[in-house]
Design a protein around this ligand. Structure first.
Ligand code: EPU
Length: 427
């Protein structure tokens, strides 16, 4: 049976926390370990559900993966013998799609079951297809993805959208190709940058890192490397929103402020003001009465998600909870996923004043007093949002299916208890 949390809300949340390494960086980096027979060592690794499952998938293929300590993972793919990942395990995580390119590069063949993961929308894989095909892959889709490649040949690719995992798959194939690959209109999130930095440390040649045009000069082989993951800006963004409504004073340490500038700016629309200590790379947020900042002419403002460097889709749900506590009216427009807003019914049940206009847009009028409810976590980010709502609500809430939340947020109970939350877990 899936685990649940019981939360007694309205405790003052204050103190210091340190975010774990970025979930969406370690996942493609784990896939990259298939590209060499040497050791690849990661530090600041989040011990979360998605990482544990992807490690199990790799072990099942023959990889040796072990934890040196709580945050350090040592990976070696020398004994990987299979290009057919387990369908049971792949059904648990969306990130299994990231094995497509490295298995093709390693074996010239792949037989990949369809990925699982969050049910937050259609999640097309056409950009993966276009890129891998352009590099010489032959793919078929039938109960999974079957692929073959004889020669990885460098080419020019113009992505139809800057898909994160598609960009990562294309990079993972092109680094071992013949000649030059140019990927235009590619994703440039911090986790894509992190993957590129790891591959460069392994001997790859990549120019344009951090931009939406990457130029990759293929090399014959890659070697081992050590790589420290960047702080998870989704975890930081979640705690910024929680700190703003949690009644206390919160400091978030060991962050990368450069990755957070647009998030911090966008949250000012909700009246959330973050103190940035550039020297210490820490953020401080003091909870206070929030008020929506209207646009010029007193117009209702809008927060919308988009590909980097726009506001991240993964922070929409936590920002929506913060908005319920702000005086005024604001519209949220989730442009990317059509299922991301369906957790709103949980907030409605708790007393939030929200109109769900269509699958992509909500109008929020605050501030609302939230009351406790029995909730279920639909996906990792919506689950975190509902948990935040429970933490500030009056009374005792129960949240079921919290394995979804723990797929993305490590050590969460301890972190929240350390801030003063009254939260317990049970089966
Ligand atoms: N999309 C757009 N416009 C764009 C780019 C994408 O509408 O400019 C649409 C796509 O059509 C697609 C959806 O948005 O349906 C997702 O896009 P993408 O392919 O980039 O997503 P992904 O690669 O499958 C990664 C993250 C997700 C994150 C998205 C978007 C990993 C392992 N997953 O998924 O993370 O939401 O990018 O940033 O990196 C999470 O951590 O909770 C999570 C779901």
């Amino acid at each position: 049976m899936s685990k649940s949390y019981t939360v007694v809300g309205q405790q003052r949340l204050a103190g210091r926390i340190t975010p774990a390494g970025n979930k969406n960086e370690i996942l493609p980096c784990l896939a990259a370990t298939l590209l060499t027979d040497a050791d690849v060592i990661f530090t600041r690794v989040p011990k979360i559900g998605d990482v544990l499952v992807l490690c199990d998938i790799l072990r099942h293929l023959g990889a040796q993966i072990s934890w040196r300590d709580d945050e350090t993972l040592v990976c070696n793919s020398a004994s990987v013998h299979s290009y057919e990942p387990s369908s049971d395990l792949c059904a648990k995580v969306r990130a299994s799609i990231l094995l497509l390119a490295p298995l093709l590069a390693r074996f010239g063949k792949v037989n990949l079951p369809l990925p699982g993961g969050d049910v937050i929308g259609a999640r097309r894989i056409d950009s993966h297809w276009d890129g891998i095909t352009a590099l010489g892959g032959r793919l078929t889709l039938e109960h999974g993805i079957k692929g073959e490649i004889n020669h990885i040949r460098g080419c020019e690719i113009y992505l139809d959208e800057p898909s994160v995992t598609a960009t990562e798959n294309i990079i993972l194939l092109a680094v071992l190709g013949k000649g030059t690959t140019v990927i235009r209109h590619c994703a440039c999130e911090p986790h894509v940058v992190g993957l590129c930095n790891l591959l460069v440390a392994m001997g790859a040649q990549i120019a344009g890192i951090g931009s939406n045009c990457l130029t990759i000069q293929g090399v014959d082989r890659l070697h081992g490397a050590e790589h420290e993951l960047s702080p998870d800006f989704m975890e930081v963004g979640s705690f910024l929103c929680l700190g703003a409504i949690g009644g206390g004073d919160l400091t978030i340490e060991r962050v990368n402020i450069a990755d957070l500038r647009f998030v911090i700016k966008t949250l000012t629309k909700l009246g959330i003001h973050t103190e940035c200590d550039e020297k210490q790379q820490s953020l401080r947020i003091q909870s206070s009465a929030l008020a929506i900042k209207n646009d010029l002419g007193n117009r209702i403002p809008l927060i919308y998600s988009g590909a980097w460097p726009a506001f991240p889709t993964d922070l929409m749900s936590v920002a929506i909870v913060a908005a319920t506590q702000a005086q005024g009216t604001i519209v949220f427009f989730e442009k990317m996923f059509e299922g991301r807003m369906f957790f709103i019914d949980g907030l409605l049940a708790m007393g939030a004043n929200i109109v769900l206009c269509d699958p992509h847009r909500v109008v929020i009028s605050g501030a609302s007093h939230l009351t406790a409810a029995h909730l279920t976590s639909p996906d990792v980010r919506a689950g975190m949002a509902l948990l935040m709502a429970a933490l500030i609500a009056n009374g005792e809430s129960r949240i079921d299916n919290v394995a979804q939340i723990e797929r993305g947020y490590g050590n969460l109970i301890a972190k929240l208890q350390g801030l003063g939350a009254n939260i317990t877990e049970h089966n």
